[in-house]
Design a protein around this ligand. Structure first.
Ligand code: EPU
Length: 472
């Protein structure tokens, strides 16, 4: 597979479908854990060593971002081991080129507030386009801890300017929604705040638990109660840390549904049962096969799939929103009518248009289908869908709109008989380690090549230059 550094924007993945995926692959370390752990390590000047680090685009970007700030990084990609240490901050200005890359820059505020007297400048946050994805919960929580944060608009882009010149002081923060990012940002700031910080209605995703475990090793006194409440006792005394990154439960689910949909059998080494509970229940409900083994989970086709299910995404311990897209492709192969209600993001069904073009029978609805009303019930977002199956899928020329949609397109292409051509691979390479290698190991017919038709040279002036000029 092309390295994310060397990957060209005009690369395409050619997939000739129709073959069952069969074999064994190893789950990579979780993107949504290691990227946060790297930011958390910025709280201290001590060395941190991470194991099972995935070689993916989002880690590359996060490393580049942390290096910019002053982190020394020694990354043995073959061994998956990364040693980092930030003895001193070089700058607290996050360059604009990181703004569209992922959701990490905004976490720099929580991590750096106590490490610098300078203003922390964070450009508008990016990430996959799944709705407006505001950061109001982050800002409100950090301000309650004593941070002063101002959003300044530039000509084309804006940035957050933050400082805590009067120090951070622990307090009780109740999040309006158990947002993963807002919980992380508040935890990071809470670690160095004076006194006790209490976060109510916190996100409790396994990746948050990992962050808490890491921070305890780093020196924080931190607890997680069963009622979504986190208590943090502030500290400035830190220790060296060694931490193993948990396997990526989104990747595990992706391979699981791909194995079952293509009528194959795939053992995902490293898959952790305790983080897959709701997913496995849904697999069983549609008649998919799985066996939890000692060192992973095997997924297999176990006869015709039965639809007629109701799937609702939710925060942990519910069915993850990031499992939804590949699961919908699975539902196109199950007989009967299934209902999917997306309650985490208001706009995460855009990718289904391409599936419909490929032959899927999917209709979107603005209402909350399935019985429970969510916070989008009075809004005009198409956040429920009905899928009728089974339907054969036809090959297509596809452009990936976001990371998880990307995998669902690879799955759809693996189901179609003829050759599909998938572009927009940067999204996939952000989150799936050695995707092409793993597909080939499982017997898929895939080739990564350059599509000359997609080549273009941008004549746009640099936003970075404009941004830097606008406040210097
Ligand atoms: N939200 C707000 N205001 C905020 C923060 C969030 O309204 O200040 C809303 C969002 O718009 C969204 C919901 O709350 O509707 C949940 O957002 P959350 O903050 O939980 O998501 P995130 O931290 O931005 C992380 C993952 C996502 C994953 C979600 C939910 C990372 C880098 N990203 O995003 O992963 O879908 O949590 O579990 O950890 C992916 O890996 O492809 C991905 C999108």
């Amino acid at each position: 597979m092309a390295d994310s550094n060397t990957q060209k924007p005009n690369e395409v993945l050619k997939v000739v479908g129709g073959k069952p995926l069969k074999g064994s692959i190893k789950a990579a370390g979780a993107k949504n854990s290691i990227t946060k752990l790297l930011v958390a390590s910025l709280l201290s000047d001590k060395r941190c060593t991470f194991y099972n680090v995935p070689d993916i685009g989002d880690v590359e970007v996060t490393v580049a971002l942390c290096k910019e700030i002053g982190m020394d990084v020694n990354w043995d990609k073959e061994a998956g081991v990364m040693e980092v240490q930030t003895k001193e901050l070089r700058t607290s200005y996050i360059p604009q080129r990181f703004s569209g890359s992922n959701r990490i820059p905004i976490l720099m505020i929580g991590a750096l507030l106590s490490r610098t007297d300078e203003e922390i400048i964070v450009p508008t946050v990016g990430g996959c386009v799944l709705g407006p994805r505001p950061v109001d919960f982050h800002i409100a929580a950090l301000e309650k801890l004593g941070a002063k944060i101002e959003y300044r608009r530039m000509k084309r882009e804006g940035a957050y300017f933050a400082h805590a010149h009067d120090g951070l002081k622990g307090t009780v923060i109740t999040l309006a929604f158990p947002s993963v990012g807002a919980t992380e940002n508040t935890i990071l700031a809470g670690v160095t705040a004076r006194g006790t910080t209490v976060i109510k209605n916190a996100a409790i995703e396994p990746e948050i638990v990992e962050l808490i475990l890491f921070l305890q090793k780093l020196g924080a006194s931190i607890t997680l109660d069963v009622d979504r409440t986190i208590h943090i006792q502030g500290t400035r005394r830190f220790y060296e840390v060694e931490h193993e990154v948990i396997p990526d439960r989104i990747e595990v689910a992706s391979w699981g549904v791909a194995a079952i949909a293509t009528k194959g059998r795939v053992f995902v080494e490293g898959a952790q049962h305790q983080n897959m509970l709701t997913f496995l229940n849904k697999i069983r409900e549609v008649g998919g096969g799985f066996e939890v083994k000692n060192h992973g989970i095997e997924f297999f086709y176990d006869g015709p799939l039965q639809g007629g299910i109701h799937l609702e995404t939710d925060v942990h311990p519910g069915f993850m929103t990031d499992w939804q897209q590949p699961f919908v492709v699975l539902l196109t192969q199950a007989s009967g009518t299934s209902v999917v209600h997306e309650t985490v993001y208001e706009n995460r069904f855009g990718y289904t248009e391409t599936l419909v073009e490929m032959g899927a029978d999917i209709t979107l609805f603005r209402q909350c289908l399935g019985g429970k009303e969510c916070r989008f019930s009075s809004q005009a977002h198409a956040h429920s869908l009905i899928v009728n199956g089974p339907t054969p899928l036809n090959s297509a020329k596809i452009t990936i709109p976001d990371l998880r949609a990307g995998f669902s397109y690879v799955m759809a292409a693996a189901l179609a008989k003829e050759e599909s051509i998938i572009s927009g691979l940067t999204y996939l390479d952000r989150g799936y380690e050695k995707l092409d290698d793993k597909l080939m190991t499982l017997g898929a017919d895939v080739t990564r090549t350059t599509d000359e038709e997609c080549s273009h040279v941008s004549t746009e002036p640099s936003i970075e230059e404009e941004f830097a000029a606008s406040f210097k």
